[in-house]
Write a protein that binds this ligand. Structure first.
Ligand code: MLT
Length: 246
């Protein structure tokens, strides 16, 4: 599967959440493209590790002839962004960490992921996708934005059992990136939906504090998929940040 791309100019690479796909960045591909070259690759796992997914992103940059980019990710995409920073730091000009966290999984979360993998093996992706569709969007979106829920469900409907299983395994084994935060020597935007219950605002605020040059943007009335739940507010925060990195 190839990446999505729109616009021209400075490259901005955006990594998607779980269980989502590059298409979740359509509002950013459309909204930022007049000023930026927005690139949304599929997050792929040749091995079940966020490091392997980060190396895939580096290989894409090589193929596109891009030396340094603004790199961002939402939730799982943020885990891969943090892995990329560990492995390919010199290729990152600025960082966007959206609705994500630097901590590894707790034992409880790892156990939940293992039972999700077992469920996928038995029943396919349906039940896991249904649970995530319930858990990720914020209260406001669930009550007032049926068209956004439909779009999220449509994108989640495209994920395959094999990808879900390997992505869950990679997330289970991701290392603690908390000690790395203080060493990120480029500007970092930490964006979070006000109603995100998966990676809530206090987690985002702590990350923004921990990096030397951090900016926190809280997106009102949005949940964990803030870029889709309020594209205008998300794009405004991202656009302002990008303008400062030029
Ligand atoms: C995501 O949105 O990527 C997931 O909620 C991340 C996770 O399960 O930790």
């Amino acid at each position: 599967m190839s990446h999505l791309e729109a616009g021209s100019g400075e490259p901005v690479v955006l990594l998607h959440a779980f269980p989502m796909a590059a298409e979740m960045w359509r509002p950013q591909l459309e909204g930022l493209a007049p000023h930026w070259r927005v690139i949304a690759p599929p997050v792929t796992y040749p091995e079940p590790s966020v490091d392997a997914a980060a190396d895939e992103v580096a290989a894409l940059l090589d193929r596109l002839g891009l030396d340094r980019v603004v790199l961002g990710g939402l939730s799982m995409g943020g885990y891969v962004t943090l892995a990329f920073l560990r492995r390919h730091r010199s290729r990152v000009k600025a960082v966007v960490l959206a609705d994500t966290r630097a901590e590894p999984d707790s034992d409880e979360v790892r156990r939940r992921r293992t039972s999700q993998q077992e469920q996928v093996a038995r029943e396919g992706t349906g039940p896991v996708v249904a649970a995530m569709l319930e858990a990720l969007p914020g209260q406001h979106t669930r009550a007032h934005r049926p068209e956004v829920l439909e779009e999220i469900a449509r994108i989640m409907g495209t994920v395959t059992p094999g990808w879900v299983t390997v992505a869950l395994e990679a997330m289970k084994h991701r290392p603690d990136s908390t000690p790395d935060l203080a060493t990120i020597d480029v500007p970092v935007l930490v964006a979070v939906g006000e109603e995100d219950t998966v990676s809530p605002p206090p987690v985002a605020a702590a990350m923004a504090q921990a990096v030397p040059d951090g900016t926190l943007a809280v997106i009102p009335r949005a949940g964990h998929l803030a870029n889709l739940e309020d594209p205008a507010a998300f794009n405004a925060a991202l656009g302002d940040f990008l303008a400062r990195t030029r």
